[in-house]
Design a protein around this ligand. Structure first.
Ligand code: NAD
Length: 478
């Protein structure tokens, strides 16, 4: 037991994209800060979520292009194969660089790092059990920020063993690649990793409980992804509940499904369960402190990210959805500013979402079905990538940009942008222009009259905006 009790202005629990950003901002604002992490710096996102999966996605897309598109372009690649070990080595190198970089940035800005498992003793005191079994007590004069994230949900009939029944964590580290993979859950993880492994030559089956995969999205955005995945021979079984499995004599697994009351089975070598995440609040001492949780277990916060217990803040996944790294980072900055005595609140209008399927899907603002359900008077402009010269030149013509605008103003002649949705090449990069537009209350004309460089994919955003008011140039306006 350490005898010295160190005192800080603020203590951050969790070193993911919420926690490490909060710690950096606190240090920049001259707050003496400690950030505690029990695992690896960078959290889920850097270690086994966003970054490693994007590396695998890039490799899978490259493989597919080499196999399917290169010949058409006149580039002759005689054989394409995947070395799973080399792929892992490359991916792990990226992760190492980033996680080391995060620790360096936190330290370089003047915050202290501590490895260990933290719990709140009271609203200003944290006890940390370090990996060597030491107990360290640290006090915060101003605030404690909880940024402990979420962890995977487990289905009772699919207990994780890390080998045959796996989570996304193991799924980004597969070596060798299995012959067959069944994915339970056609949500974001299921669709991103299903896309990866089908392109790398694995026979993929996606089992989804709902009638549609990516069910919360406008389904016209999902259609090009489905087309692509079906071309890669992904087998989709929807309206299907995964009930359990049996191990066959050869070691393979037989997954049992209930498809609208009918039993069905799928034989597979590995089952990836991707049915959602749940907040990490257990063992933190929150109940004893009287911190209010919502019914799903998230810490309830106000717009300054403070919980009902003064001085205890929560940011990122643990404070509620959407479970997005950029939302966590933004909330980390807000909490840091507030703790340092500045005025800051959670008041964004636009929280973009990026799904790294093929083609990519990116959205900001209301979906068309949401706008219509709200009874808004909307105009919708759509521009297909098939009409974009640049999309043709990169052989990525599937998908479209959709701009949704609401009629506003005294004489109802103006159209304010309330949603932009893109499925297509580089959608996840293109969406930032739309996010800025929504933040700045842009009208259709603001996007339509902005000169976009030619030849770029970004022109499609401009054309979709113009299409909403019948002024698109490179498609016929109907
Ligand atoms: P999800 O909530 O996106 O999808 C889970 C899916 O599983 C749902 O479609 C659900 O209907 C289905 N399901 C649930 N129980 C089932 C059952 N018994 N049988 C069959 N299907 C079942 O969850 P996820 O894909 O695990 O992702 C977890 C979280 O991480 C999400 O909140 C997601 O937004 C986030 N995430 C985001 C990104 C990104 O932004 N690019 C990438 C990965 C993960």
């Amino acid at each position: 037991m350490s005898s010295e009790i160190k005192t800080y202005d603020a203590i951050v629990i969790g070193g993911g994209p919420g926690g490490y950003v909060a710690a950096i901002r606190l240090a920049q604002l001259k707050q003496k800060t400690l950030v505690v992490e029990k695992d690896s710096w960078g959290g889920v996102c850097l270690n086994w979520g966003c970054i490693p999966s994007k590396a695998l996605i890039a490799a899978a897309n490259f493989t597919e292009k080499a196999r399917e598109n290169a010949g058409t372009m006149g580039v002759i690649i005689s054989s394409v194969s995947v070395d799973a070990g080399k792929l892992q080595e490359w991916k792990n190198g990226i992760v190492k660089k980033l996680t080391t970089g995060v620790a360096g940035l936190v330290k370089g800005n003047g915050a202290e790092l501590l490895k260990g498992n933290a719990r709140l003793v009271d609203a200003r005191t944290v006890e940390v059990e370090t990996p060597d079994g030491q107990k360290v007590i640290a006090r915060a004069t101003k605030a404690i920020i909880v940024s402990t994230g979420t962890s995977v949900v487990e289905l009772p009939t699919f207990k994780y063993d890390g080998k045959k029944i796996i989570t996304a964590k193991e799924a980004v580290s597969l070596n060798p690649l299995p012959r067959r993979m069944t994915i339970i859950g056609g949500g974001i993880i299921g669709m991103e990793l299903g896309g990866v492994y089908s392109k790398l030559g694995v026979e993929v089956t996606v089992v989804e409980f709902m009638p549609n995969v990516l069910a919360s999205m406008d389904q016209d955005l999902v259609a090009p992804v489905l087309k692509h995945m079906k071309h890669a021979k992904v087998n989709f079984i929807t309206n299907a509940k995964a009930m359990g499995y049996e191990t066959l004599a050869d070691g393979a697994l037989r997954v049992k499904l209930d498809v609208q009351g009918q039993p069905q089975t799928v034989d597979t070598d590995v089952v990836l369960v991707a049915v959602g995440f749940k907040p990490n609040t257990a063992g933190l001492g929150l109940e004893k402190l009287g911190v209010t949780l919502d019914k799903r277990g998230h810490i309830v916060t106000d717009d300054t990210m403070q919980s009902n217990v003064p001085g205890v803040y929560a940011i990122g996944d643990v404070s509620g959805g959407p479970y997005l790294a950029h939302k966590a980072s933004k909330e980390g900055e807000i909490a840091a500013e507030v703790i340092a005595g500045h005025k800051a609140v959670r008041d964004w209008r636009a929280m973009p979402a990026a799904t790294f399927t093929h083609p990519e899907i990116a959205s900001v603002g209301l979906y068309e079905f949401e706008a219509k359900a709200k009874g808004l008077d909307v105009k919708v402009g759509k521009f297909p990538f098939a009409a974009s010269g640049r999309a043709m030149a990169v052989m990525e013509t599937d998908g479209f940009v959709k701009v949704i605008a609401e009629k506003v103003g005294p004489d109802h002649k103006d159209y304010k942008v309330i949603g932009v949705h893109i499925v297509g090449p580089n959608a996840t990069d293109l969406i930032s222009e739309a996010a800025l537009g929504l933040e700045m209350d842009a009208f259709i004309e603001d996007i339509g009259l902005t000169v976009h460089p030619h030849p770029t994919l970004g022109e499609s955003v401009m054309e979709a905006a113009k299409a909403a008011i019948g002024e698109a140039v490179h498609i016929l306006n109907r």
